[in-house]
Design a protein around this ligand. Structure first.
Ligand code: MF3
Ligand code: CO
Ligand code: CO
Length: 263
């Protein structure tokens, strides 16, 4: 299939789907408090997407080869969980950090975005990890421009994470997104500047670095989805969907509640 260059009509539909994804995160933000279960967050997001947005939660029953269908509508990855955490009956407590990853399908197109939430007062360490992961995502976004290369993104992300004493997860990456949830290319969050395919206007992909406070090694839980740090260190992730434009890059997963670029 190769990397899809989106038409102006497809780009407009992606703008809509991506904005809805960001707005679903805005919607859930006030509910992310000590005592709420991740299952309740899932139920609220599902109802909002379906009833208020007229959208489909893409994770629900998503079953790529080698996976059982994902049982919920959002991913909630808590503390040492890296990604693809399954909402459950456990309540959030003060000091937790949780990534909420939403993907909505609207008019056939996917909007994919995630944010970190600090529950109650975070530890200095947890806050710093979340901040550095956020900076990593934005450094990657700032590296996006036509004529640049996919490897430029991974290189700046890896440098910033490792420069702060953290590590980058290798097994999961950003991805092209559009009519498909996971399209080409793979957007690695590590690597060498100038490597990989050239970036061209009309490409749309996610940047979603997973940054571990400890070692990069991962483990898969027996549920077949939840990915955790092997050393049980904390992990943080942020995700935006971006469009390569004629002059640079447009972040599509934006809403009133999106935390602004830190630079
Ligand atoms: N939203 C995730 C991503 O950023 C994918 C989740 S797949 C699921 O690519 F099945 F776990 F939901
Ligand atoms: Co994604
Ligand atoms: Co996502």
């Amino acid at each position: 299939m190769g990397i899809v260059i989106k038409t102006p009509e497809e780009i407009e539909k992606m703008r809509v789907a991506c904005r809805l994804g960001a707005e679903a995160l805005d919607y859930i933000t006030p509910f992310v408090k000590p005592g709420v279960t991740t299952e309740e967050l899932d139920r609220l997001c599902h109802a909002y997407m379906v009833d208020a947005q007229g959208a489909i939660p893409a994770p629900l029953n998503y079953a790529p080869p080698g996976h059982t269908p994902f049982p919920k509508s959002i991913c909630t990855s808590l503390n040492h969980q890296i990604c693809h955490g399954i909402p459950d009956a456990r309540a959030l407590k003060k000091g937790d950090i949780v990534n909420i990853d939403v993907t909505v399908i609207k008019d056939g197109f996917h909007g994919d975005t995630s944010r970190m939430f600090l529950v109650g007062a975070p530890s200095i360490l947890a806050k710093r990890l979340c901040d550095v992961a956020f900076e990593c995502m934005w450094l990657g976004i700032r590296a996006v421009r036509p004529g640049g290369h996919l490897g430029d993104i991974g290189a700046v992300i890896q440098k910033h994470a490792e420069g702060n004493g953290y590590s980058i997860v290798r097994e999961f990456c950003g991805h092209g997104v559009g009519r498909g949830f996971h399209e080409e290319p793979q957007v690695l969050h590590y690597g060498r500047a100038g490597s990989g395919p050239e970036l061209k206007p009309g490409m749309i992909f996610t940047i979603e670095p997973m940054v571990n406070a400890g070692r990069a090694d991962i483990r898969m839980l027996p549920d077949g989805w939840t990915v955790v740090t092997r050393d049980h260190s904390l992990s943080a992730q942020w995700e935006h969907t971006v469009l390569v434009t004629e002059t640079g890059c447009e972040v599509l997963t934006v809403s009133d509640g999106s935390p602004p670029c830190p630079f």
